[in-house]
Design a protein around this ligand. Sequence first.
Ligand code: ZN
Length: 191
Amino acid sequence: MKVIIDNGHGADTPGKCSPDGTFREATYTRRLAAAIVRQLAGYGIESHMLVPESGDVPLRERVRRANALCRREPCVLLSLHVNAAGNSGWHSARGFSAWVAPGASETSRRLAAALSSGAAAIGYSGNRSSPPCGYWTGNFAILRDTLCPAVLSENMFMDNVADLAFLKSPRSVEILAALHAKVLAEIIPDI
Ligand SMILES: [Zn+2]
């Protein structure tokens, strides 16, 4: 079982930064992806970076790459993002959330629920009332159009002052990478 890691956006995606311009989603998710790859290797799990290049790769191409891999071997896909509550200014929403596509497979939903409860266990579930299942449903192409189980994580809010301070703290990448790697290592043997 291979973990396909999609690090969300490219360096040239417009917007996608904190209101003060000091934090870029694409830079952070690339660091997070690298840390997850390293931590998964520690569990003996192989991963594959879906977008090795730094620039933007259209969603259609990312889905095509993921499905080419899925057809060759069993995979799960993890898409990494940092959330934003608005298009400008600071907002109160904070915390981690996990997402699946409408009609997602049982495995996708299990992974998303485990990520949500893993985040809650370390105090990062935030301040929004989430659905009773613990995860959210969104019609994202990278989840909807991929052939393998797929989850998307929104790693805190870059337009929340407290979340941004956490994201900028030296340990946040390792903490969030450990959350993803631990959950994947627990669930992958059962897939
Ligand atoms: Zn994003």
